[in-house]
Design a binder for this molecule. Structure first.
Ligand code: GDP
Length: 424
């Protein structure tokens, strides 16, 4: 049984989308297993440049089945918009190549609104939510106040369920935030409108996947965000509300009986982070601006400028370990070509002690980065497709990182395009 997870080992935005776009060719089915439309994969291919918030990156290959798994949360309106945008660019999307899990949670308009209300209440203590309703909907899932996609096939059941849930939600909306309650009729009309459009795509996708695997089909699992945003092992509370770990992929896809055979961890040649929270070694001023510009580091879902820092070996080693990576794809090496000396964070100093182990979140704010410098190569490398043809300093940088991490680097990407990659 051939299975693979493509996962982030940093804070997200490592370039997972382009790796899935590349590797998808070798797999029959591509599954997204967690998260919602709060992050975006950027993909550049023959159809153009796209920021995919929800759709699996295999959607561009018409012969592949793409699945949004049970661990995801789906904003129905946003999904319909994303599907339309791709269709108008010529991408084929139909119930033959896209399926949505009946157990995925519906992100309701009140989740999005509550996200905004809570961020306003927090004012300067906010966590940096993307305000797409993700924390409220996952909160509801575990409070057992969520609505599942499969309920759209049973409107009488859904109407009653919605009324019960809304009674509770409106207590929060009015009592905690002093806002106007949501009307059950409006919410039902919303569900009917988008339900009608999406119903043909909704299935027991866990069953579909388990049957497909039994028939020898191969599955590629695609994550959103990275280890440091994992709800259990990330920089809590500055995390997402789901688990982007490879170990969660079989659960969030309804295939807990199918083992993973390959885990490609994606690490970027430098660090970026969107939103709030501790970020050890963060660069400031002109130095940061140059790196941000060179790497085009602006959020794919939100357009927010990303915070930047040198490659962090402490966080990246932790990330690769937590992902159980069988190999690493090292991305955006070309972005560092402008630097004479390349800074690398090799350890943290926390309360006077030097450590290479990733600390407990509360200690991160006072962790100082220990920086060492590697030689730069000072020339364009984006046309190179063979590892041996890279300038010596670029090869040395990759080999140094590989040795320090203790994980094999099997891909090095040197540009955003599908072919701008070195396979080792
Ligand atoms: P993801 O969420 O992990 O897929 O990452 P994003 O899509 O948010 O960020 C990756 C960004 O870097 C996108 O704009 C990609 O097109 C771009 N990108 C990916 N790999 C490379 C690379 O090797 N070099 C350059 N210059 N850009 C890259």
């Amino acid at each position: 049984m051939k299975t693979c997870a493509i996962v982030g080992i940093n804070w997200g935005d490592e370039g997972k989308g382009r790796m899935v776009d590349l590797i998808a060719e070798e797999y029959d089915i591509i599954v997204r297993y967690q998260g919602g439309n709060n992050a975006g994969h950027t993909i550049v291919n023959e159809y153009g440049k796209f920021a995919l918030n929800l759709l699996p990156s295999g959607i561009f290959r018409a012969e592949k089945l793409n699945v949004l798994g049970s661990g995801t949360v789906i904003d129905l309106k946003h999904l319909c918009m994303e599907m339309e945008r791709l269709k108008s660019a010529g991408v084929k999307i139909s119930p033959d190549n896209l399926m949505l899990s009946d157990r995925a949670m519906i992100v309701m308009p009140y989740h999005v609104a509550l996200d905004g209300m809570e961020e306003s209440r927090l004012s300067d203590k906010k966590y940096g939510s993307t305000k797409r309703g993700i924390a409220p909907v996952y909160g509801d899932k575990y409070m057992k106040k969520g609505l599942m996609l499969g309920e759209l096939a049973d409107m009488d059941y859904l109407k009653k369920h919605l009324e019960d849930v809304l009674e509770y939600k409106n207590l929060m909306v009015t009592g905690i935030y002093g806002e106007k309650p949501f009307s059950a009729d409006d919410m039902l009309a919303y569900l009917e409108e988008y339900g009608k459009r999406l119903l043909p795509y909704i299935h027991d996708t866990g069953l579909v996947l388990r049957n497909a695997a039994r028939e020898g089909k191969s599955i590629l699992y695609e994550a959103q965000l990275g280890v440091l945003r994992d709800i259990d092992f990330g920089i809590y509370p500055f995390t997402s509300s789901s688990s982007p770990l490879a170990a969660y992929a079989p659960i969030g896809s309804g295939t807990p009986n199918i083992p993973l055979t390959r885990v490609i961890g994606i690490a970027k040649a430098y660090s970026t982070c969107v939103g709030e929270g501790p970020f050890v070694g963060e660069m400031e001023g002109i130095e940061a601006e140059r790196l941000r510009e060179a790497g085009g580091e602006y959020g794919a879902a939100t357009g927010r400028p990303r915070r930047v820092a040198p490659l962090d070996l402490v966080a990246t080693r932790y990330g690769a370990t937590m992902q159980g990576a069988t190999e690493i794809a090292f991305t955006k090496l070309d972005v560092l070509s402008y630097l004479d000396k390349i800074p690398v964070c090799t350890a943290y100093e926390v309360d006077g002690e030097i450590t290479k182990d990733f600390p407990f979140p509360s200690k991160l704010a006072r962790a100082k980065a220990i920086i060492e410098y590697r030689d730069g190569w000072g020339c364009d490398i984006s046309h190179i497709r063979n590892f041996d043809e890279l300038p010596e300093a670029a090869r040395d940088y990759v080999l140094y990182v590989e040795k320090e991490l203790g994980f094999r680097i099997s891909f090095v990407s040197v540009g955003p395009g599908r072919d701008e990659i070195i396979v080792r």
